[in-house]
Design a protein around this ligand. Structure first.
Ligand SMILES: [Zn+2]
Length: 264
C-alpha cells in the first residue's frame, strides 16, 4: 500500500476538497482555529452525514484542534478553557469518525517552571475522555515550549505515560516545525521514535525559514529551506500518513503530492 498523502483543507466540504486533490486523506478545523467558541460542523449533511459520506468515499478524516488550546500553561484563564475546548473537539472529531485530533504541545510562560507544564499535560490527559486518538504535535517556536526540543518532548511523554488513556495519545511530526525548531531532520524520526515509540501522522511542510529560527512559516516543497531528499527521507522513514499543510489550493497541493511521490 502506498502512503496516503493528503492536505489540510477548508472545512465546509472536505470531501469535495479531497476529490479535487485526488486524495483519500484530509485534515481540517472544526470551527474557528483562533477562538474558544467551540467546534462547529459546517458540512451540509452535519456530523452524521460527513461520517457516512467519508466512509462511502473511503476518505480518512483528521481534525486539527484550535491553535489557542494550551493545556500546559500555568495561567488558569487559558488552561481551563483549553481543556474544555479540547474535550469538545475530541467529541466533535469522534462524531465525524475522525482518525485523530491533532493538538500542539503548548507552552508555559517565560520564567515558569516547565515541570508544571509537563504535569499539566498529565492532568489534561487524565481529565479528557479520549474517544479518538489525540496526536500531540511538535511546534517550531517559543522559549518555554513543551514540544519544540526533543528533551521537552521526552518529559511531556513521560508525564502523559503515567495517565490513564495514555495509549490513546500518539504523535504528529511536523517537518517544518522540527527544522525551524532546531531538530536535525537527519535523525528526527529515529529520535522521536526513541521517545514515543510511534509516529502516527506526518505534517509534511517545507520551511520558509532557517534551521532553529523558531519561525512557523510553511512553504511548498522545494520553495523553502529544507533539503529535498531530507524531507522525503523523513516521510519515508516515518511510514505514517501524510498531511501537507502547504500554501495554496488544490492545484498547489497536487503539485506538492507529485513532488513528494517522485522522491519516495
Ligand atoms: Zn503542523
Amino acid at each position: 500500500m502506498p502512503l496516503s498523502i493528503g492536505a489540510h483543507v477548508d472545512q465546509t466540504d472536505p470531501l469535495a476538497e479531497a476529490a479535487a486533490r485526488g486524495t483519500d486523506l484530509v485534515q481540517f478545523f472544526l470551527g474557528d482555529p483562533q477562538g474558544y467558541k467551540g467546534p462547529e460542523i459546517r458540512y451540509a449533511g452535519g456530523a452524521d452525514g460527513l461520517r457516512a459520506d467519508a466512509e462511502a468515499a473511503g476518505v480518512a478524516l483528521y481534525v486539527h484542534a484550535p491553535y489557542v488550546i494550551n493545556v500546559a500553561t500555568t495561567n488558569n484563564r487559558i488552561r481551563i478553557p483549553s481543556r474544555k475546548l479540547l474535550q469538545q473537539h475530541v467529541d466533535a472529531a469522534a462524531s465525524i469518525g475522525a482518525r485523530g485530533l491533532i493538538v500542539h504541545g503548548g507552552h508555559v510562560n517565560k520564567g515558569d517552571d516547565p515541570e508544571v507544564g509537563f504535569d499539566n499535560w498529565r492532568k489534561a490527559i487524565e481529565a479528557t475522555d479520549l474517544t479518538v486518538p489525540l496526536l500531540l504535535e511538535n511546534t517550531a517556536g517559543g522559549d518555554n515550549a513543551m514540544a519544540r526540543y526533543l528533551d521537552r518532548i521526552a518529559r511531556v511523554w513521560d508525564a502523559i505515560g503515567s495517565a490513564s488513556q495514555a495509549e490513546m495519545v500518539g504523535f504528529c511530526l511536523d517537518t517544518c516545525h522540527a527544522h525551524a525548531g532546531g531538530n536535525a531532520l537527519e535523525t528526527v524520526v529515529e529520535d522521536v521514535r526513541a521517545i514515543t515509540g510511534r509516529i502516527d501522522l506526518v505534517h509534511c511542510n517545507d520551511s520558509r525559514d532557517a534551521f532553529d529560527s523558531g519561525a512557523d512559516r510553511h512553504a511548498n516543497f522545494g520553495a523553502g529551506q529544507i533539503d529535498a531528499d531530507l524531507l522525503a527521507s523523513v516521510v519515508r522513514d516515518a511510514g505514517a500518513p501524510v498531511v501537507c499543510e502547504t500554501p495554496g489550493g488544490a492545484e498547489e497541493h497536487r503539485a506538492d503530492f507529485a513532488w513528494l511521490r517522485d522522491r519516495l
